[in-house]
Design a protein around this ligand. Sequence first.
Ligand SMILES: [Zn+2]
Length: 205
Amino acid sequence: MAATGVQLIPSPEEIMQILKRTGAFREGHFVYPNGKHTAHYFQMPLAFRYYDTARVLAVALSRKFRIERDIASQLPKVAIISPSSGGIPVAFGVRDALNAEQIYWAEQETGKRTFRQYVNQGEINPCIIVDDIIRSGNAIEETVELVRSLGSPITGCGAIVRFASAPNSIEDVQIKSLVEYDEQFYGSSDCPMCKQGVPEEHVRF
Ligand SMILES: [Zn+2]
């Protein structure tokens, strides 16, 4: 037995195999609401619909946090926070693996990212923000602002997949991910799938 006590994190290739097998990673010709075209689409909840798969992904992400001394030393007085509904199963899975004390998730209310009413200043433990996928980073950035406004420090941030074009850190906190994906976006004039006549599928976000 080599390296006893080291908990292995699946490779990006192994994570991609899980995402393909569950239908979370899709190949074709996709059109985003902003008009951009891509040859791939991540529908992450399809990987989280299977409990065993959800657990493998969340435990793997949790290991990236557990090896951080600043985070490990604060456990269990930590909050796991999801910016949106897609990150909720990730948040519960990471919480379970780390035995963190709190979970919160934000929602969009009248165009503003917010927590449920009666979450008060000073109640949120030092926190780790987790999501299923980080495409632009906007959701994470809005959640950072929200959490800071409630007086909680951010000690970690991560997602199962992060697009290479998204930020790789939030202020001084590095964003962790199991897969860093270099997605190519095209306009309709320079899209290779359009040229080949591949049928378009419109994705909602
Ligand atoms: Zn196209």
